[in-house]
Design a protein around this ligand. Sequence first.
Ligand code: SF4
Ligand code: SF4
Length: 364
Amino acid sequence: MSSLQQGMAACSTCPKMCRHVCPTAQGSVRESRTPSAKSTMGHLWESGLLELDDDVRQAFYDCCHCGLCLTHCEVEGVHLIAQTRHLRARLVEQGAAHPAVLDWAAFVAESGVLPGVSRDVLAHHAQPDAGARSLILMGMAAARWDADVIAAVLAQAAQRGEAVATLGGAETPTGGEAWDLGLEELAKQQAQALADQLNEGPWERIICLDPADALMLMHGWPLLGVTLTKAVVALPIWLAENPVYFVETWERVAFHDPAPLARGLEETEAPRALIRAAGAELVEPLYHGREGRCCGGDGGLPVTNPALADAITAESARELLRLGVDRVLTACPTCTGRLRLALGDALPVEDLSVWMLRHIHSEG
Ligand code: SF4
Ligand code: SF4
């Protein structure tokens, strides 16, 4: 039995210490979508004791890889994110993948980008600079959901006098979404193709605008056997790197913690320190930091169960709306885009980097 199979077996007998935090269990209002139930089904299916039908298969996709269960789990060897990737990869191997995954893979194979992404947006921000120490990895999510973050980061680099480069229209996916969907071979190909580009450039470090990309480069690529020879920096760390001078604001703001940043990279303080430095009043939702709610946009859930992904986003949006703040800040293009759709005109949502640009003195 592999360590993942042992983890599923252990989880299936757990008294469900994490069931109250799982957004897919809450959003679907189904006991079969709790982490323990999904582990039980995975364990029984792999043991040949449970037939695969549409509902069992869907259970393996109903996980947004938020990692909230892991923050409450004390059982050794249990890892719902690794487990669902494994189960989805087995579905692909057996020719039983969700039809939406196959459509997604066909689109990506033909276009070279992820659905919803325009290569023109990436090309528009091309910044070749042979002398740059840092490469800005713009990311598919920024190109899809929030290109303002790209412009804001390039503007702040220029203000600081820091030479940065981008790959422009040559930038390709990290493989993270393919991996999440169980398309392991495609994920490896994508990761290797991007790693080859990153490794051959003169820059010393890669600044990722999307924390999911930073997490993939730092922790996902080694698991896929892909080597990156450069340092990786998540955007909030780069924003906090140099002293900045803020024009004070009296806004009341909330910070939505992106799951890959707060739980994947365990970074919750850098964005808050920047918000406080600008004089804003930070209002925290009940669940924040490492326990913050998910936007529903990760783990491939919008591909395989868009209605459930939207229900999760709507719940996070409702919680933020109840705070009575002037603005929601976050540090992830996917969170920004999805929360904007859910909140509409009721409450503005902005990436921290875009908000900061408005609050930095020109000499800062
Ligand atoms: S993920 Fe951990 S805490 Fe949650 S049910 Fe499984 S073993 Fe228990
Ligand atoms: S990673 Fe998130 S969505 Fe998936 S089982 Fe754990 S809590 Fe639920």
